[in-house]
Ligand binder design. Structure first.
Ligand code: SF4
Length: 393
């Protein structure tokens, strides 16, 4: 495996990741996974020994928004990511090879690491007209997804297009766009919908696999409960204003300036399951509602059709006054629908949250071993109770 044989720990040490920062990162990821804080040492111990698993990142019908979210996580330059942080075996947007050399990188990875690499898929898969609406190197995207995902260790879809077709599958779309899961029904797939997905959730999903050897528990749509198990409305910092009947009535009005609830401006938070309010974006800086715009429900099935018009107030949100789960709301709306990333996440954490310098060689391993202690019991991965939604009105 060459350079990828190095452990994640060695890689991070070379990048100047300090003991304190690494452990803080493990604590933050543990919190994102909704695990007790006592699991942080176990996560740290697992990651310290984890190999750098090869990753291939496919792009089909997409805008590269998830790639942008990944690359912009901590404002690194593309050069830093390509030459320092990222060593993805295949990623059309950032890889150096082009043309046949690029295609060879993909085929070489699939052949050299059967069942050992992680496939990350961004974008919808068009199936109309024999899949000719998306050709890469003369092949249909569908055939590439089938080959790559069916031979992968696991597949993670990022963004709403790879989840269920997203925008290309909205009403009127001519390409027959669909999600990855329907193309490779027997593959091990976890879905991280969103427009774009949150890179913290991608990192946490991979950390969970590296730590426990399994993917996190998911709902019937393949979305991890840790990220999609609670209503946005129940985690929103404007919820007190909702409960107090304080609403923005028009853009720029007094309520808008005071940060009141955006329900009457079309916010879809009451029927959207996502952890945006707690994880946030841009290094935890903000998220749409904090920035003054209502949630558009982009983590939900067929959201372009089901959640629009985006500025029309919800009527009878199903999350109100009843016991409801992500599965129930999902079905209702549809009608019923590597370490590499870990390294990136850690380094993002370093860049975003710490000014620590290099740590003396060996201290990181020692810290992990000392603080990890004996192995803990298996995690409780049963779903949280999303029915904890409070009554809205
Ligand atoms: Fe927050 Fe939207 Fe719910 Fe208001 S309606 S509390 S802005 S999620």
């Amino acid at each position: 495996m060459g350079e990828d044989d190095r452990s994640l720990l060695a890689y991070l040490r070379e990048r100047g990741v300090s003991r304190r920062t690494f452990l803080k990162f493990c604590g933050a990821i543990t919190a994102t996974l909704a695990l007790p804080a006592s699991y942080a040492p176990r996560v740290a111990a697992a990651l310290s020994a984890a190999p750098r698993i090869p990753v291939v990142w496919l792009e089909g019908q997409d805008c590269a928004g998830n790639t942008e979210g990944f690359l912009r996580a901590s404002h690194p330059t593309v050069a830093e990511l390509v030459f320092d942080t990222i060593s993805v075996n295949y990623h059309e947007t950032i890889m150096a090879p082009a043309g046949r050399a690029a295609e060879k990188s993909l085929s070489d990875t699939v052949a050299a690491y059967p069942g050992q690499y992680i496939a990350i898929v961004e974008g919808a898969v068009p199936v109309a007209e024999g899949g000719t609406y998306c050709l890469i190197g003369g092949r249909t995207f569908r055939s590439i997804v089938e080959e790559v995902c069916n031979n992968a260790l696991l597949t993670i879809t990022v963004g709403s297009c790879a989840f269920d077709g997203g925008l290309p599958a909205a009403n009127g779309g001519p390409t027959g766009a669909t999600g990855v899961s329907s193309i490779v029904p027997r593959a091990k797939v976890v879905n991280l919908p969103g427009c774009p997905m949150n890179v913290q959730n991608l990192t946490a999903t991979i950390v969970h696999y590296l730590t426990f050897g399994s993917l996190p528990a998911t709902d019937s749509l393949g979305r991890p409960y840790f990220a999609y198990g609670q209503l946005v409305h129940d985690q929103c910092e404007r919820r007190a204003h909702f409960d107090a009947g304080e609403y923005v009535q028009a853009w720029g009005d007094e309520g808008s300036r005071k940060g009141w609830c955006l329900y009457k401006m079309g916010c879809k938070g009451p029927e959207t399951f996502a952890n945006c309010p707690t994880v946030r974006f841009n290094d935890r800086t903000s998220w749409p509602v904090k920035a003054g715009h209502g949630c558009v429900g982009c983590t939900m099935p067929r959201f372009w059709d089901q959640m629009s018009p985006f500025y029309r107030r919800l009527s009878n949100p199903p999350g109100f006054a009843v016991d409801v789960t992500a599965d129930q709301i999902g079905l209702g709306l549809v009608g019923v629908v590597t370490a590499l990333s870990v390294a990136h996440g850690t380094i993002s954490y370093v860049r975003g949250r710490s000014a620590d310098g290099h740590e003396p060689e060996g201290e990181l391993e020692a810290a992990v071993l000392v603080e990890a202690g004996p192995p803990a019991a298996e995690p409780v991965t049963s779903p949280p109770d999303p029915a904890g939604s409070e009554e809205g009105s």
